[in-house]
Design a protein around this ligand. Structure first.
Ligand SMILES: NC(=O)c1ccc[n+]([C@@H]2O[C@H](COP(=O)([O-])OP(=O)(O)OC[C@H]3O[C@@H](n4cnc5c(N)ncnc54)[C@H](OP(=O)(O)O)[C@@H]3O)[C@@H](O)[C@H]2O)c1
Length: 341
């Protein structure tokens, strides 16, 4: 084996939570969105995760419409005790209409969704169960109440929310303790800092930044999604990654490259070190979940947990997010910030 960084551990959701690696793994891209997957390479990447101490594995019922959970089942069967498994409900998809996307938060839907996830994953209990998106038409207390029942029944251990505002996080936490808030957070996407991060710090909720590599853009591995990525790639339709926006945004990576060179690191590692260091800035526990289909990148990403950026470097990176051209989603109604004044 090569010299692999063994990452540190933190407690999920505060003092009483399970110990997890300080960086997790996002499994989404194995099944969908970012190009084709070699399944053997993806299995090897999961093995590399455990070797590095990356134990929080993140999936959702929506990823590949169940395929991502099914892909993880043999891995979980072999390593159940070593993994903290997180999955999510709320993004409804329909087998007979591949383009359909709905948001469902009603208790009856949650009950059906959890049974589907448990069955596809081949496990008896989900360690961390997230509401993937909020439907503002359904009272939050009703959804979190239904999730809390799943905890009482032993189907779920800890609860999480994704893309909620600070006030929503507080409201949910009053119904049942919330262990984790998962939201997009990176050098390019900092709207979570408006209200959600402060509430998480106050309540002892672990923040799990998703897309911490800006869906790969921050690594410099592509600059214009329409030209550099293949047909089915989700990023070809995202406002920030195409045309004039992409050109402007690619230029914002110059300081990231410069700081990477100073550390003998890659831009990906600097992007990850930056989001990890937000923990000390905000008095939080932060567990980013970069996604990759390759062992070498998993190891590279894990090694980023050893990088400490200086105050001057943080200051140089500070203005980037304010200069980004284009929204982070084609349809921003699916984000928490759309519900913030
Ligand atoms: N809650 C939500 O709504 C939500 C939304 C999106 C994502 N997520 C979760 O967050 C996880 C991570 O987010 P993400 O996958 O969207 O984006 P990300 O982690 O920011 O970026 C993933 C992309 O970066 C590439 N990459 C990874 N490491 C790299 C490295 N060291 N050098 C160069 N390229 C690298 C990957 O390509 P390769 O595979 O080719 O390495 C992939 O295309 C997902 O897997 C999912 O579990 C949650």
């Amino acid at each position: 084996m090569t010299d692999v960084t063994r990452i540190d551990t933190v407690r999920l959701g505060g003092q009483d939570g399970p110990g997890i690696g300080v960086q997790g793994f996002g499994a989404m891209g194995i099944s969908e969105f970012y190009g084709d997957t070699d399944e053997a390479a993806a299995r090897d990447t999961l093995d590399a995760a455990l070797e590095a101490g990356v134990t929080l594995i993140d999936t959702a019922d929506a990823y590949g419409n169940g395929a991502n959970e099914r892909f993880l089942a043999p891995f979980l069967a072999a390593h159940r005790d070593e993994v903290t498994l997180a999955t999510k409900f709320a993004l409804e998809r329909r087998a007979d209409d591949p383009a359909y996307r709905g948001i469902r938060n009603d208790p009856a839907y949650i009950r059906t969704a959890v049974e589907g996830s448990l069955s596809r994953l081949g496990i008896e209990t989900i360690d961390l169960y997230y509401m993937h998106r909020r439907d503002p038409e359904v009272p939050l207390a009703e959804s979190v109440g239904a999730m809390a029942e799943l905890v009482r029944e032993g189907k779920v251990r800890y609860l999480g929310l994704s893309e909620v505002t600070g006030p929503e996080l507080r409201e949910a936490h009053a119904v049942h303790p919330i262990a984790a808030l998962q939201s997009e957070w990176s050098l390019f996407s900092r709207d979570v800092e408006r209200s959600a991060v402060g509430a998480a710090a106050e309540l002892g909720v672990t923040v799990v930044p998703y897309s911490p590599l800006g869906r790969g853009f921050l690594t410099g591995s592509f600059s214009d999604a329409t030209k550099d990525l293949t047909g089915g790639d989700f990023r070809r339709h995202q406002p920030r990654f195409t045309g004039e926006n992409a050109e402007r945004n690619a230029a914002l990576l110059d300081p990231v490259r410069k700081i990477a060179a100073a550390h003998g690191a890659t831009p990906a590692q600097i992007a990850l070190a930056w989001v990890q260091q937000r923990a000390s800035v905000h008095g939080l526990t932060v567990v980013p979940i970069p996604g990759t289909r390759k062992r070498s990148r998993l190891e590279e990403n894990a090694a980023a947990t050893r990088i400490t950026l200086t105050g001057a470097e943080l200051a140089e990176l500070e203005p980037i997010s304010g200069l980004v051209a284009g929204d982070r989603y084609m349809d921003m109604r699916f984000t928490a910030v759309s519900r913030e004044a």
